[in-house]
Design a protein around this ligand. Structure first.
Ligand SMILES: C=C(O[C@@H]1C=C(C(=O)O)C=C[C@H]1O)C(=O)O
Length: 404
């Protein structure tokens, strides 16, 4: 166990069973991985019996009623389409075989490998790397609106980085690197042909188990310190900072409001600190009991997008995101997770994430903008968040080099 300033989380290590399953992971056209920080589940899905793309909630619910294995995937952030992707506009996969390595439970039968990634004859290199250089300029009018219109409270705006590689990433190597570099987060990978979505997110959207519901507000951020003392000083600063506290409370209050029709919520304590190697966040766990029959899909729909990733008012925030961000988000900042045959399941927010298609990789990170925001500080915060995935990408290139 590792003790953060205020929060204790289980530390995951990769066991030999995980290694054995990952050895075959890249040999399937479709394969999925999901594990949580406490290691209550470590799910691997191989092959597919059915895959749903770009669906409505009604189509998803009807499709899910026919599945007898855990299903995995993501719902897109919003209605904007990513025209080149079979994965980013929403994907839900019923694998041919699923194993929960945390419990030993299995579903379906293990299919024969069905995919051959084009062999690489040389180590992977980055050929080209582009970042957004006009982000602050594009945000200036939004900041002005937030400062002059009291109805507009918050919008989370992100940027994407683009990499061209001289080969294709390996999904299994990516998962190993997620586990190694970000041991205290969720680890998610969805591989579908030449596309791969990976995330080391610290943020739960919803976990539903029988009638017990767990979610969390994660919003308000500050850097890590070089020493324990400096780290704690920064955590203290974050807890006392008026802008970050307001940013966080907006999320807590809105999550509570949206869950009101669905659940009886337990009382919520003051925010704690949640740390990843790059950044610390204000964090409030929110729990409750479902008071009427509800599916995970309904709760996801009620909650997403929370103001941790969208904003308030929500319609204005979504329109602003569509106008200001350079590209559709797809599964970036969107709900990704699994649902078990008994209806229990968990969705997390696909941040600290990458999307790879063929020889390209995109990373995403965003920050909550309020009237009191300093755009230079917000851009620095985005860079901190991006560092997590940049490091994962770079180590993966190194890893693959070692594997040659
Ligand atoms: C948008 C991101 O993170 C979200 C925004 C945060 C903030 O603005 O403080 C904190 C955590 C996340 O809810 C991201 O990591 O890309």
């Amino acid at each position: 166990m590792v003790t953060n300033s205020n929060l204790t989380i289980g530390m995951k290590h990769m066991n030999s069973q995980t290694t054995a399953f990952l050895a075959d992971f890249d040999n399937y056209h479709t394969a999925v991985y999901f594990s949580d920080p406490q290691h209550q589940v470590e799910l691997i899905g191989l092959g597919e019996t059915s895959t749903l793309h770009h669906f409505t909630l009604a189509e998803l619910t009807a499709w899910h009623a026919h599945q007898s294995v855990p299903v995995f995937g993501g719902l897109p952030f919003d209605q904007q389409l990513q025209p080149t992707s079979n994965l980013m506009n929403g994907i839900m996969i019923a694998p041919a075989y699923v194993i929960n390595l945390a419990s030993g439970e299995e579903w379906g039968t293990r299919p024969a490998p069905d995919y051959k990634q084009s062999p690489r004859t040389h180590p992977l290199h980055i050929l080209n790397h582009t970042t957004e250089t006009d982000w602050q300029a594009r945000l200036q009018p939004v900041l002005h609106t937030l400062q002059t219109d009291p109805q507009k409270q918050k919008v989370v705006l992100g940027m994407q980085e683009h990499f061209d590689l001289d080969g294709q990433l390996s999904a299994s190597q990516l998962i190993k690197t997620l586990i190694r570099q970000q041991p205290q987060t969720y680890h998610v990978a969805i591989k579908h042909g030449d596309e791969l979505f990976g995330s080391a997110t610290p943020e739960r959207l919803v976990k539903l188990n029988q009638n017990q519901l767990e979610t969390a507000a994660v919003a308000g951020s500050i850097a890590r310190g070089q020493t324990d003392k400096a780290d704690q000083k920064l955590a203290h600063e974050l807890q006392r900072d008026a802008k970050n506290q307001r940013e966080h409370q907006l999320v807590v209050t809105e999550i509570e409001r949206r869950l009101q029709p669905w659940a009886q919520l337990d009382s919520v304590a003051a925010p704690e600190i949640l740390t990843t190697p790059q950044i610390q966040h204000l964090y409030t766990p929110i729990t409750g009991t479902i008071k009427q029959t509800a599916s995970v899909w309904q709760i996801v729909q009620a909650l997403h997008p929370t103001p941790a990733l969208g904003g308030l008012p929500v319609d204005w925030a979504l329109a602003t995101i569509a106008n200001v961000e350079s590209q559709p988000r797809g599964l970036f900042a969107a709900p990704v997770g699994y649902v078990m045959p008994d209806g229990s399941g968990e969705f997390v927010i696909g941040i600290r994430s990458l999307w790879s298609k063929d020889h390209t990789v995109n990373l995403f990170a965003g920050a909550g903008i309020l009237a009191a925001s300093d755009l230079t500080a917000e851009e620095r915060e985005i860079q901190l968040k991006t560092t997590a995935m940049e490091n994962i990408l770079k180590e993966q290139l190194d890893d693959e080099r070692h594997d040659q």
